[in-house]
Write a new protein. Sequence first.
Length: 1012
Amino acid sequence: MPGVHHVEARVFKDLFPRFKTMQGYHVPRQGGWDCHGLPVEVAVEQELGVSGKKAIEAYGIAEFNARCRESVLRHVDAFEALTERMGYWVDLEHAYRTMDRSYVESVWWSLKVIFDQGLLFSDYRISPYCPRCETPLSDHEMGQPDVYRTVSDPSVTVRFPLLSLPDGASQQLAGADLLVWTTTPWTLVSNTAVGVHPDETYAVARKSGHGDRVVVADSLVARVLGEGWHVVARAKGSELAGATYQPPFRLVTIPEAHRVVTASFVTTEDGTGLVHLAPAFGADDMQTIRAEGLPVVNPISRDGRFEDSVPLVGGMFFKDADAPLVSDLADRGLLFRSQMHEHSYPHCWRCHTPLMYYALPSWFIRTTAVKEQLLAENEKTNWQPPTIKDGRYGEWLRNNIDWALSRTRYWGTPLPLWLCANQHRTCVGSLAELSELAGRDLNDLDPHRPYVDEVVITCPECGGQARRVPEVIDAWYDSGSMPFARHGAPWQNQAEFERAFPAQFICEAIDQTRGWFYTLMAVSTLVLRRSSYENVVCLGLVVDERGRKMSKHLGNVLEPIPLMDAHGADALRWFFAASGSPWATRRVGRGVLDEIVRKVLLTYWNTVSFLVLYANAAAASGDRWDPGRLSDAPPVASRPVLDRWLLGELHALVRDVTAALESFDCAAAGRMIATFVDDLSNWYVRRSRRRFWEGPGTGGGAAAFATLYECLETLTRLMAPIVPFLTDYVWGVLRPGNAADSVHLTSWPAADTGLIDERLSGQMALARRLVELGRSARAAAVVRVRQPLARALVGSPGFGDLPADLRAQVAEELNVREVDTIASVTEGLVDYSVKPNYKSLGGRFGRGTPAVARAIEAADPAVLAAELGSGAMVTVEVDGAPVSLGPDDVVVTQVPRSGWAVASGAGETVALEITVTPELRREGLAREVVRLVQDARKSDGLDVIDRIWLRWSTADAELATALTEHAPLISAEVLAVDFRAQQGERPEPDAREHVDAELGLVFWLRRADSGD
Ligand SMILES: [Zn+2]
Ligand SMILES: [Zn+2]
């Protein structure tokens, strides 16, 4: 069933095609479904309540596969609902399915190409094997998360008493026991030999006061044996070869076995330096035993159980046999040591059964033959993040091993190989070819098991009857064949395939480096001599807000559709595409989605609402604004500085977002868009309210309406690939009459780089930094924002160049009458104190730190602070030698002198004169009243353009003076046509009363009428 992680990759698979479509490219959007494989079989086994291959065969392969097909189709519905809800623009009506006949035939064709190159072969191999699924696992399946789990297993050291010695061996060996260590006691039943390294020295050690003698690697005597043992003889591994021993069990017959052999893979890193060899259960064991000409005996059947004929453990599951076997060894005095041991052990990634390494006949693709080509193709591929190319993925290719292709299962693409009695192999590339070989029309055959199993052909080599091998193939091979198989190429649509090959862009999560990313590249390199993709975006894994994997067990699974219903599909899309690094592990939860809505999406939405609100207000005043009036606005060069700045930022944004998306870096695009949205709302709109309020009929208003509209219209197109729902709605509101109905059918905006003004951009950034500093100085001095102050002084290298209208913006934002440079004041505004930063000094000076610290404390704080503040290094004298210090080494604290509030940062300082004269105080009171009346207008439900009638009353003489003195200012701000003190009783029944206890003010207001 779909999970949140399924949304992740689909966001990227949607975003870049939308972007490219807006740029004017044709983007094929065929959906597709991977239908085959073990996961489907396991789900159906659970539905049917059966387990294992015997049960499936009793149920019937035809019926079983029919259930698998039906199960796949059921899941397709759930994924279609997800696709629709998240706004993934893809054609599902013509989706390819890997189980379709044309798809299977394409896969067969590719396998025949590989077979014809001699790269499809069979071998008896040790593979990781799931005894429940009864199938080997490929190496990329072993790379799935969750395969290795920590489990507790017996760790036993067993005595193998020596029976006979090779010629010339030390007599101290006679009657000694070889010590052998294993964590898989169940393999001891099949022990065939003991391996020693030919060049390693082995020791015969005797226990003090005992005749007991054992053999271990000389270097491991202390570690394995502990106290109380001493070495009585030594021998090279090569001198031990040929010795025979008493096997740990005699439950199966293994002719010629139970002797010491040399093997170069033996190490003394753990265990005893003597290695127990059971060839059916280990690759190294198999190789050594074959080289020695010893037999491969396997008493365990494919379901993981000992054969019934084996005494003691017959019929037992391999892991369950450990306990009785260990206890039998103990009873016979052969157990030297036994303990439980925690280690990492592989499990089936699908059904979680412990895996065994198991000898099976298997079909392989010799991918090692194209390793150099794979590395060359990888070299040409653009990876995001770039580290994957040579790291995780490159490593995988450099250590390439042959692809274990076959699965002894049911629901998969059947391996198209037919064998005759003479073992002649025929690889079949299509149903047409099969028809010819079978001598009947099989073009309508269901190419799945069991139907294809029933087709007997004539061997082209010997004319005998040939039957299909029973295996199906690894479903990952189907996925890797997608580029041609989705078209059914080469048997049909070959031209379409060639037109769309290779893909410009693919995307999946990082766990696919050994999965889809590999199989896509491997199959097309084998079959078509080149990789099937050029750019690949590799996404992080999805976890919960606390960084835990989502699981039913932890109860932290987020269902994607309810999540999108609660927060919006756009919020989830923005999260994956544009918030944080796409290739880091993604912590998804309700908190982060709320924050995206609040900080980005609502801010954008509110800015659109602001434009609509004022356009409607203008219409109500008979001065309607719509995009048709854009041409009335003054040319950009003649617009106010804020407009020129915003348009410059907009076009820089278009340029940079385009470049970021061209290089598949949507996180950078998201960051830049979010910053612009914040600039737009929290600076431009905030600083331009008055011009909107004045309406589009004035020169300033016309420029403001045009500028904001142009920015929102362009921004909406830039955001469309990431948040398609919100932008499409906004587009419906903003679009000019002749524009496309949907934002997704419009073209990608082009940057007008002539409007980008880097100098103005830098100056505006400085103005905003100064405003921030001024605000924090005001907050530190606890002076209300609405209280006007006489002046602000600025210390900043760029301040002198700031144009007058930007200085005016700063003054207005800081609510000061005047802004001047700090150099205009002769005496300093602050006292400095300096302290050593021990953390930084300690790292640099070590034991010399106290001396340096004393030198800092002794220096003139004002001089140090001034030099460090300008970004320079300072020199202090320590024990007669000069020592150079940087800003990190010294903590500078400034204490404002009385009457000033000061804040500094990054070499810039703003000082506010905080002495409030009676005149300033009255103006501050007037501004407080403006705010109270504005709030009252809102709560009374008045429109922004409504004029009001207002009466006030107060017992506070200062407030009364302030209101009288500033009546014109207040009236203008709150749109009062009649503003005066109330005489006598409550004025009029339809005026609403508002009381502010803090100021001691009562006022009454109502909408003004024509009589006022
Ligand atoms: Zn399994
Ligand atoms: Zn033949």
